[in-house]
Design a protein around this ligand. Structure first.
Ligand code: RB5
Length: 144
């Protein structure tokens, strides 16, 4: 199960990604918005809650740039959100950072690239090993 959310600026791309997830048969829960003007921290909170509660395995968040919503998501305990605008970053943030939230900019990338980024993010497993130690250190920073 994947949680997905966007603000108004990311809504168009979110609709495209939802279409893509449906075509691929990926189960998802849509945490808003529905096109109306909203504040991206509220959407980040609502969507990431699905991950921290265990209801969703990962989440996808979209705002205009992807920046505001990723900053917001990374304030939430247990969330490792990665803003990706390319395939390589999406792959390696799963392999090396065990990112559990993918953020994208609806005003930055097109639907085709966003769908490819989504696929690689959802399909790539964390590599573990020396990267597990580093991810543990990231999570310890939450205590600062
Ligand atoms: C909304 O206008 C815009 O500020 C937001 O979507 C995002 O780009 C913020 O980082």
């Amino acid at each position: 199960m994947i949680a997905i959310g966007s603000d108004h600026a990311g809504y168009g791309l979110k609709c495209e990604i939802i279409k893509h997830l449906e075509e691929k048969g990926v189960e998802f829960v849509d945490c808003g918005c529905n096109g109306e003007s909203v504040d991206y921290p509220d959407i980040a909170e609502k969507t990431c809650e699905k991950v921290t509660s265990g209801e969703a395995e990962k989440a996808i968040l979209i705002c205009g740039t992807g920046v505001g919503i990723s900053i917001s998501a990374n304030k939430i305990k247990g969330i490792r959100a990665a803003l990706c605008g390319d395939w390589y970053s999406a792959k390696y943030t799963r392999l090396h950072n065990d990112a559990n939230v993918l953020c994208m900019g609806g005003r930055v990338i097109g639907a085709g690239l966003a769908a490819e980024i989504t696929d690689i993010f959802l399909e790539t497993e964390f590599e573990g090993g020396r990267h597990a130690r580093r991810v543990e250190k990231i999570m310890k920073l939450e205590e600062k």
